[in-house]
Design a protein around this ligand. Structure first.
Ligand code: PLP
Length: 377
């Protein structure tokens, strides 16, 4: 169907919540995408950190097809192997506790919020200025953005906002502190390591949970499997999603051993959660990403991309392949990148151009993207 027809259908049938660029994509492979006219694009956004292994990675495609042929859904009243196996691997490779599988980042945060309220009934939450945790009523309440929150008031009560540079104040009423180790949506802002360490200490002193939202910065994106591993501050609970499924919708809330049994029978659930197809996809992504050589390559490629941006006179923020730079008119630059240079980037925060390429991006593709960015500046 032609782009004009799609736009007409959108106008007629789709709630107007998204601002889409005027391009229709029909195929993807690795870091490349093709539109309906056969034009080739370089994807440095990966569906906002979702296509972690690029588009249609053979191992993910194979795992999904094989599982889809065998069994697609039976629900959580019964056992299936991919979900149990994925939970065990995720727990072992992160916090050593237990896992609740779900369908998105927002749902992973909802689970973490409920877990924290179970941990400290009636307790409050501290969230960081600039944080983004989702758009459901709970996760939106944890997202201190006036424009996003105001139309939907009243929100869930009990959320307090700490300044981006701290201090994060915790007391005996605090159920949890929720932080993205690197803030993504507000413009790639790494949270100060000392602030995270101080939050860790304060949570320990008052029996509050430290929850890291690794939905955007996790799954190898910064050159360690989880961003917190590169920071040396271990949370009690973490959330992951986006790149976990390599293109399919899956999320997870993971605990350390001390909080593995906080949520009890009947406390939480979801029809589709932990389904065999998405879990098979996530297993295939983990097979590739959770490998020291692969993770080292992410760090090296991130360094190459950051150095290239610096050589263009830009000042990149972030770590690994999660980078952003300030630009006076970020939205216009991103639009020109797409239409003139066939390069997918994203504008986020007030003035940031964000780059989140697939972790499988090649050095040549990085150099090519840098050339295209250079032409735009
Ligand atoms: N948390 C973070 C850090 C995110 O970046 C996002 C999405 O951008 C979310 C939560 C919400 O995830 P989802 O869009 O999968 O519901």
């Amino acid at each position: 169907m032609a782009l004009d027809q799609l736009k007409a259908l959108e106008g007629q049938a789709v709630m107007g919540t998204y601002a889409r660029h005027p391009v229709e994509f029909v195929r993807g492979e690795g870091t490349r995408l093709w539109d309906d006219e056969g034009n080739e694009y370089l994807d440095f956004l990966a569906g906002i950190s979702v296509a972690q292994l690029g588009h249609s990675h053979p191992r993910v495609v194979e795992a999904v097809s094989e599982q889809a042929r065998r069994l697609m859904h039976v629900g959580n009243l019964y056992y299936t192997e991919p979900g149990m196996w994925l939970a065990a691997r995720l727990a072992e490779r992160s916090l050593d506790g237990k896992v609740f599988l779900c369908n998105s980042g927002t749902e992973a945060i909802e689970c973490a919020i409920k877990l924290a309220r179970r941990h400290r009934p009636g307790g409050d939450f501290v969230v960081l200025e600039g944080g983004f945790h989702g758009r459901s009523m709970g996760s939106l309440s944890a997202t201190p953005d006036e424009a996003k929150q105001a139309p939907f008031a009243p929100l869930v009560p009990g959320f307090r906002v700490a300044p981006r540079r701290g201090p994060i104040e915790v007391d005996d009423q605090t159920a949890a502190v929720i932080v993205e180790p690197i803030q993504g949506e507000s413009g790639i802002h790494p949270v100060d390591g000392d602030l995270l360490a101080a939050a860790r200490e304060a949570c320990d002193a008052h029996g509050a949970l430290l929850i890291f939202d690794e939905i955007q910065c996790g799954m190898g994106r910064t050159g360690s499997l989880w961003a917190w591993q590169g920071l040396g501050v271990r949370p009690d609970v973490m959330t992951t999603a986006k790149g976990l499924g390599g293109g399919l919708p899956i999320g997870a809330c993971v605990t350390g051993p001390g909080h593995a049994d906080v949520l009890q029978l009947g406390d939480h659930g979801s029809t589709f959660a932990g389904g065999p197809v998405v879990c098979a996809a996530a297993g295939a992504v983990l097979d590739v990403v959770d490998n020291p050589d692969f993770l080292r390559s992410v760090g090296d490629k991130g360094d190459r991309l950051a150095a290239g941006l610096r050589s263009l006179g830009l000042e990149p923020r972030g770590r690994g392949l999660m980078l952003g730079f300030a630009a006076a008119n970020a939205s216009a630059l991103v639009r020109r990148a797409l239409l003139d240079e066939r390069l997918l980037l994203n504008a986020t925060g007030p003035d940031t151009v964000r780059l989140l390429p697939p972790l499988t991006v090649s050095e040549e593709e990085i150099d090519e993207a840098l050339q295209r960015i250079g032409r735009l500046l």
